[in-house]
Design a protein around this ligand. Structure first.
Ligand SMILES: Nc1ncnc2c1ncn2[C@@H]1O[C@H](COP(=O)(O)OP(=O)(O)OP(=O)(O)O)[C@@H](O)[C@H]1O
Ligand SMILES: [Mg+2]
Length: 495
């Protein structure tokens, strides 16, 4: 094989080197091309806004999201970045960007302008870099308008809640499970004489004496133990101005949605004035009661005086008929006097125990007629019931009239027997039956005509009507009336 001359070999070597370099350059160019395409694809796919600024702040590049979402065309290139910001933020925008470039802040929430002039809130990050070989600022902005709206709504809710808690005049506070304050409202601040910022993170022991702090803590623990709201009344001194107030305090254990105990919510209400008003009302009520008792006492005394006057008058006459009429009058007056006596002795001035009244009334009538009396038994059977004055008076007068009649007409000197007085409810209704019967000689044959000419039974009929019923006679010597007793339920009286 013929060897090539040395000059040809060196030419070939040089050619090969050139060829090799050309291939290397070609490969490098292809790599760069691929790289550029990759980057472009990446920027296209990004939903965030990508932009590049030169050192004058002029836009050199924006990714397609800027066009698609903000509505700008290519005219944006070369314009100042301030052109896409509302004028009011121009001054602050550069300061924020500068701070960020110096690493003083990481986030830059600013509004930017869409092509149609509307605003969009974005958070921007900017770094130093190079673009086309020159120093540049590389930035990425993310649309945070939705997040902002959510944050604002949340903040608004928090503000509303806070305003509500701050506005209510009650003391409101929150402590954690260990008794450390988490929050309180201005009304509570007045109690400790410190601001919420001073109170938060501290316990009662930092503000009140140890005994009181222990008492507060015991109440907190009682609420936690109970697992529901507990309340107590306490006299507290307000550190803000030294005034003392009687407070009604409710403590409620607070649980998170997963049921974990979070702490205790306290709400305290000033009841000083209300309690003072209640006490004033109570003492005024006592005064009125005392006055009313005094009135009943005097009415009873006056009735007794009238009764005595009638007795004196009866003593002066020799006519038996007049004596008897005056005696009956005395009985009627005494039955009313007895009622007033019972009223001023009873705990309730509005109601009277009918059993007690009728029993005493019957005995009174018996003892007043003792001289004429044969051995007659008195049987009283009464279902306990209380009635008001309006019903007790006619009942008393009616019973007085009927027992007087029984003693006067049913039992002549030698005749003995019994008189029964009964008061019972009738069935399930509110109706009651009051009756007076006797085992005496019975009604005379001319009873109907007699009762027309006399006062007693006519009075009894009138009283029965007054009670809302009618006087019925029979069977035998029995007089009765049905009427409804208005019973006062204790709650209704209190209301
Ligand atoms: N329990 C009775 N037993 C027998 N007779 C009676 C009885 N109750 C009333 N009477 C008769 O009915 C009459 C009418 O009674 P009423 O009470 O109206 O008059 P009074 O008793 O005679 O007189 P007053 O007007 O003073 O009461 C009586 O006179 C008596 O004859
Ligand atoms: Mg009579």
């Amino acid at each position: 094989m013929r060897r090539l001359p040395a000059s040809s070999i060196s030419l070939l070597q040089s050619l090969a080197e050139q060829f090799g370099l050309a291939i290397e350059r070609l490969v490098a160019r292809e790599d760069a091309q691929n790289h550029r395409q990759n980057l472009q694809g990446f920027f296209h796919a990004l939903q965030d806004f990508v932009f590049v600024l030169n050192d004058l702040g002029e836009i050199q590049y924006v990714n397609p999201a800027v066009h698609a979402k903000l509505g700008y065309d290519d005219k944006l290139l070369g314009k100042s970045i301030l052109a896409v910001h509302p004028e009011r933020v121009h001054a602050s925008a550069w300061m924020i960007v500068t701070d960020m470039l110096q690493g003083k802040r990481t986030s830059c929430p600013l509004p930017i302008l869409r092509a149609d002039g509307s605003e969009l809130m974005v958070d921007t990050r900017i770094v130093h870099g190079r673009w086309n070989g020159k120093p540049a600022l590389l930035g990425v902005s993310r649309d945070i308008s939705e997040q902002r709206a959510l944050e604002q709504a949340l903040q608004q809710q928090r503000d509303t809640l806070r305003t509500l808690i701050n506005t209510i005049p009650e003391l409101v506070w929150l402590k954690d499970v260990n008794g450390y304050y988490l929050a309180c409202n201005p009304a509570f601040e007045a109690l400790f004489g410190h601001t919420e910022a001073d109170i938060a993170g501290k316990t009662d022991f930092d503000f009140v004496d140890a005994d009181l702090a222990r008492y507060f803590r015991a109440n907190d623990l009682a609420a936690i133990e109970a697992g529901h709201v507990t309340s107590n009344e306490e006299w507290l001194t307000f550190a803000s101005d030294g005034h003392r107030a009687l407070m009604s305090t409710c403590k409620t254990p607070m649980y998170s949605t997963d049921g974990t105990l979070q702490g205790v919510l306290g709400i305290s209400h000033d009841i000083t004035q209300r309690v003072a008003a209640e006490q004033a009302l109570q003492s005024s009520l006592h005064e009125k009661e005392a006055l009313l008792k005094e009135v009943h006492h005097r009415v009873k005394n006056n009735l007794q005086i009238i009764s005595s006057l009638i007795r004196l008058e009866a003593g002066r006459t020799r006519q038996e008929e007049v004596k008897s009429v005056l005696g009956d009058m005395q009985g009627r007056i005494r039955s009313m006097a007895l009622l007033h006596e019972l009223l001023y002795r009873s705990p309730s001035l509005a109601e009277i125990d009918m059993g007690q009244y009728i029993r005493q009334l019957a005995m009174q009538v018996f003892s007043a007629n003792v001289s004429k009396r044969a051995p007659v038994d008195l049987k009283i059977d009464i279902t306990p019931v209380a009635a008001n004055l309006d019903q007790a008076i006619p009942c008393g007068l009616l019973v007085n009239e009927l027992i007087t009649n029984a003693l006067k007409h049913g039992f002549p000197e030698s005749h003995s027997g019994s008189i029964s007085v009964e008061l019972h409810p009738v069935g399930e209704s509110s109706l009651w039956s009051l009756s007076v019967s006797d085992s005496g000689i019975g009604l005379p044959e001319d009873f109907e005509s007699k009762r027309q000419g006399s006062l007693g039974l006519q009075l009894a009929s009138g009283l029965a009507n007054q009670l809302g019923g009618a006087l019925s006679v029979g069977p035998g010597t029995k007089f009765s009336v049905r009427f409804s007793i208005v019973e006062h339920a204790p709650a209704a009286v209190a209301a």
